[in-house]
Design a protein around this ligand. Structure first.
Ligand code: FAD
Ligand code: 2HG
Ligand code: ZN
Length: 510
């Protein structure tokens, strides 16, 4: 059945209202801290041969930071010991809050000498159990390293300390008509150093590509306190190995990122969002193709969610579905600089969607608040599922055409004890498969893993498309990387952190 254009629920559809600023909301919280079992109780893991923090160590830290920024009060440290998902809990007794690279350097030099393990932490929004200690690692919080050094309006180069909140950077750039090449649901809490350490991708990956291309320079402190200055504000530099790339995506295992320079693109002056309902995943794939061909260079995001996700954001968070109910939902965003041009393209796209019958219902958002409410549905799925119960998260790259098969497979496999959800970055072939049960259950975990990872590997996908390996996935690295590659990674770790004090229980297999 071909829908008439009038069947679309068009929200304030007018050319003049299409030009928008940047939008979207933050979602970050932590709940039920007391219910979380210790990681060492939930998982089979042994403490490494590290020293224990003594009173003498505390006095050394106080001499570097002053008393106020050396925190030993358990009630304050508690939330730093638990991850955002409330699924892993460490037992750290010391939280350090440096403000400068020099302070980070002195802290690490001391920890290395005394063989004390350290967990660097930024916004603690990581989803793989890497941002909190496993045992009693010292937590090195980057929250106070939040100075923006410079923004060059001509070149778009932003220089800052690594502890700046992603959303604050975006706000600062906006006054220069610039924007961050990265955006994600945790933007109000995550810090740019955490984003780099996980090589976060998010919803602008489709437009601006990997952070690896946007980062021009990095300053990092090695485990022994040496400051590595890879800072650069030039775009092109082919002199030798690009060492800064080692620190991007290495999840705090090779050094602590303290400074960053990033190339910020010009802020699009005109943003629109279209949201459609579809009957099948095949129809979503057809919409994906249409979006690419009709919208071309103004495309900035292509996302999807299934009806089970829509149900939870409604039930758990009270967010209404703006269109009629469908098995799948397709979200497409355009960002450009010419409202008339973008509007023409979008009109053609909407017509194509309707005539082809791939979209069964839809809405077009052209003003800031409507756009935001549609993005809120997508960006709050993680939060809604967290409210529902214990979430087993799988962030996988798959051939786009087969992306949803595993969701159906898992629904059959898991039966009635769990609910299975599928959503993600459709334009990037990145599925977020989430399984939710009432509470953590090792038997349920055994039903999911390694099954999902083996399945992903059999299709030559990635077992971690964007969240990293952290503590929870490190033992599966061999499904994506060869023994030779893992051995080379271990050699690099040995070279940069010979005592293995930085995030010792994450990323690389033991
Ligand atoms: P943390 O969680 O504090 O740390 C992450 C890792 O980096 C840890 O291993 C930590 O030890 C290490 N680390 C932190 N800071 C430093 C540093 N300065 N130097 C060295 N190592 C460091 N990820 C995506 O890729 N795409 C998404 O769309 C996305 N959406 C999300 C939505 C929500 C609601 C949430 C809760 C998370 C989401 N994430 C997403 C996951 C997450 O990776 C990002 O939130 C973010 O990149 C983590 O940044 P953070 O500042 O919170 O770092
Ligand atoms: C997203 O894209 C994040 O919303 C979180 O990467 C994914 O919670 C998840 O599974
Ligand atoms: Zn994601």
């Amino acid at each position: 059945m071909t829908l008439a254009r009038s069947a679309l629920c068009l929200i304030n559809y007018s050319r003049s209202s299409r030009c928008l600023g940047n939008i979207r909301q933050i979602s970050s919280s932590s709940s039920n801290l007391t219910l979380t079992k210790l990681t060492s109780e939930l998982y089979d893991v042994k403490r490494g041969p590290y020293g224990f923090v003594s009173d003498k160590d505390i006095r050394t830290f106080e001499s570097i930071l002053g008393e106020q920024r050396v925190i030993t009060d358990e009630s304050v440290i508690e939330s730093y010991n638990v991850d955002w998902l409330n699924t892993v809990r460490g037992q750290s007794k010391v939280l350090l809050k440096p403000k400068t690279t020099e302070e980070v350097s002195k802290i690490l030099m001391h920890c290395n000498e005394q063989n004390l393990a350290v967990c660097p932490q930024s916004g603690n929004t990581g989803l793989v159990g890497g941002s909190v200690p496993v045992f009693d690692e010292i937590i090195l919080s980057m929250q106070l390293m939040n100075e923006i050094t410079s923004i060059d309006p001509l070149t778009g180069i932003l220089q800052c300390q690594s502890g700046c909140i992603l959303e604050n950077l975006n706000t600062a750039l906006a006054s220069h008509n610039l924007t961050m090449p990265l955006d994600l649901g945790a933007k109000g809490s995550c810090l740019i150093g955490g984003n780099l350490s996980t090589n976060a991708a998010g919803i602008r990956f489709l437009r601006y590509g990997s952070l690896r291309g946007s980062v021009l320079g990095i300053e990092a402190v090695l485990a022994d306190g040496r400051v590595m200055d890879f800072s650069s504000t030039i775009r092109k530099d082919n002199t030798g190995y690009d060492l800064k790339q080692l620190f991007i995506g290495s999840e705090g295992t090779l050094g602590v990122i303290t400074g960053v320079s990033i190339l910020a693109p010009v802020k699009p002056s005109c943003v629109n969002v279209a949201f459609f309902g579809a009957d099948t995943f095949e129809d979503l794939l057809s919409l994906l193709k249409l979006a690419k061909t009709s919208l071309g260079e103004i495309l900035s995001a292509i996302e999807f969610l299934d009806s089970s996700c829509m149900k939870e954001v409604g039930e758990q968070l009270g967010m209404p579905n703006p269109i009629s109910e469908h098995p799948f939902y397709f979200l497409v965003e355009t960002s450009g600089s010419n409202a008339a041009h973008d509007g023409d393209k979008l009109d053609l796209f909407v017509e194509n969607c309707l005539e082809s019958n791939f979209a069964k219902d839809g809405t077009l958002a052209t003003d800031l608040s409507k756009i935001q409410s549609i993005w809120n549905l997508r960006e709050n799925i993680a939060e809604a599922l967290k409210c529902k119960g214990y979430t087993y998260k799988y962030d996988i790259s798959l051939p786009t055409i087969k992306m949803y098969d595993i969701v159906n497979i898992m629904r059959k496999r898991m039966g009635d004890d769990c609910t299975v959800y599928g959503y993600g970055h459709l334009g990037d072939g990145n599925l977020h498969l989430n399984v939710v049960s009432k509470e953590y259950d090792a038997n349920i975990l055994a039903q999911i893993e390694p099954f999902v990872y083996d399945y992903t590997a059999s299709l030559k996908g990635s077992i971690s498309a964007e969240h990293g390996l952290g503590f929870k996935k490190k033992k599966y690295i061999g499904l994506n990387k060869s023994p030779e590659a893992i051995s080379m990674m271990k050699n690099i770790k040995q070279l940069l952190d010979p005592k293995g004090i930085l995030n010792p229980y994450t990323t690389l297999p033991s």
